[in-house]
Design a protein around this ligand. Structure first.
Ligand SMILES: Cc1cc2nc3c(=O)[nH]c(=O)nc-3n(C[C@H](O)[C@H](O)[C@H](O)COP(=O)(O)O)c2cc1C
Length: 446
């Protein structure tokens, strides 16, 4: 019996998320005319398509600065206008997308570096209400000096310190969220009581980094605790994710890397006393779809060799690692193994140290972004088969779909929602309708 087949003979389903951000949609490609929808209209269309296709969630990545890492300048980021800047706040957009959808979860990234815990807990609780329990917070600690410098610091604290602070942050977050017991809202006309004050308490939190009286002044949210996402790559980061996350998003090298990563975070979850099945690990992929396999392959090759795409990808990897990739020769291997206080996991996957590839080869191989755990190129049926085979090997729990260098147009979205997803549905691999109301329940449904 196949590993993705349950005892009842039906296939074990997997989850789908979409990875994007509040930047311009693709504005100058042959099938795009965007770049103007700062009122959220592009993202609303996209969310509706994903809702129709039964995605678990749409996730909005975020950063808190315009990067300068590539070429020590804002130039490439602003000139290209894709992926990194301008970038608007994801939280209001998440709320707007939820207002136009019925079952889709909406995920906004917020940094522990940027928000005081009280404000973040209050905002997460508020948005969870506005979305009727479909909100998730993607927990990040921020990984760039430029972001740290927007919040009064001279430079980014080391990774270990960021996670130490983040653990205490989470402790306070949970206490604030739980400062309202279930059932505190009574709306009892007879006694004239709206809220039972005995079910709301101060927390008087006093930690090493934070001090907070509490309670929250928002009602307990529909999910109790909004769903939590995280993307730890380092051992410390993975441990953090295994302790706190309902869903983990990751980019890994091939099926072996995906399997090892998933097993590692599941083992860490057990050490934290959690049931590993309560955590869904979703792997980043960039499907390239066509009407024939040949057409999809030709599209992939065109994208990967395009000069703008190469610049975009180098600017992107520079931004998330604080390393200036413009300083390296495109047609030589990197001169040394690179390390970063930023996103080391993404860097390691990109640099493939020891394999003697030129920088140009690295970008081309990472085609679809630095963001592809496995290559998915072909017709919807071909790619659906590839996804099924990958999940059989890895064991679960799904995919986080994105677009080359994070630049998106409607055609990308429709090719997935109206081509790939139906192919997956025909194979019984993904949901055909939402069975629950809240995001966490939908994630736990299989
Ligand atoms: C799929 C994915 C999405 C991520 N999204 C963000 C984001 O929106 N904002 C951010 O600052 N970091 C983001 N990160 C970085 C992670 O939060 C994390 O810092 C990174 O994976 C490196 O792991 P480490 O912190 O354990 O070194 C993302 C990483 C991955 C793999």
């Amino acid at each position: 019996m196949s590993k993705t087949t349950s005892n009842s003979g039906t296939k074990k389903k997997f989850h789908l998320g979409w990875f994007t951000n509040f930047t311009a949609d693709e504005w100058n490609g042959p099938f795009s005319n965007g770049g103007n929808s700062w009122d959220g209209s592009f993202h609303i269309d996209m969310a509706r398509a994903l809702d129709r296709a039964g995605f678990d969630f749409i996730m909005l990545e975020d950063k808190l600065a315009i990067p300068e890492a590539y070429g020590d300048s804002f130039e490439s980021y602003l000139k290209l206008g894709l992926g990194m800047a301008p970038k608007h706040d994801p939280v209001p957009l998440a709320t707007l997308m939820a207002a136009h959808t019925k079952g889709l979860g909406v995920v906004a990234t917020m940094s522990t570096l940027g928000y005081p815990p009280f404000l973040l807990a209050r905002l997460a609780s508020t948005v969870d209400h506005l979305t009727n329990g479909r909100f998730a917070w993607n927990i990040v600690t921020s990984a760039e000096n430029a972001a740290a410098q927007n919040f009064g610091l001279d430079e980014l604290p080391p990774r270990e310190k960021r996670y130490e602070v983040a653990h205490e942050y989470m402790d306070l977050f949970y206490q604030l969220i739980d400062s309202w017991e279930e059932g505190a809202l009574v709306r009892d006309r007879e006694t004239g009581t709206y809220v039972d004050h005995t079910k709301v308490r101060k927390i008087d939190f006093q930690g090493k980094y934070f001090k907070c009286r509490g309670p929250l002044n928002t009602l307990r949210s529909p999910q109790g605790r909004p769903t939590l996402l995280q993307a730890g790559g380092s051992p410390t980061g993975r441990d953090f994710a295994a302790k706190h996350a309902d869903a983990i998003i990751a980019v890994e090298n091939g099926i072996e890397g995906m399997k090892a990563y998933r097993e590692d975070v599941r083992a860490r979850a057990v050490k934290h006393g959690r049931n590993p099945d309560d955590i869904k690990v979703l792997f980043l992929v960039t499907p390239v779809l066509g009407e024939t396999d040949e057409e999809a392959r030709a599209q992939y090759e065109r994208t990967a060799h395009d000069a703008t795409f190469i610049e975009q990808n180098l600017a992107l990897i520079s931004a998330i690692t604080d390393i200036n990739f413009k300083a390296f020769d495109l047609d030589k291997p990197l001169p040394e193994k690179l390390v970063t206080n930023g996103e080391q996991g993404s860097l390691d996957k990109f640099q493939q140290w020891g394999r003697n590839k030129t920088l140009r080869q690295l970008v081309i191989e990472a085609s679809g972004g630095i963001c592809a755990s496995i290559e998915l190129v072909g017709t919807p049926d071909t790619v659906a088969d590839q996804m099924e085979a990958a999940m059989e090997e890895v064991g679960g729990d799904g995919f986080l779909i994105t677009t080359p260098a994070l630049s998106t147009n409607r055609r990308h979205v429709i090719s997935v929602t109206d081509g790939l997803v139906p192919a997956l549905q025909r194979r019984g691999l993904v949901r055909t309708e939402y069975t629950h109301k809240t995001l966490r329940e939908n994630l736990l449904a299989f």
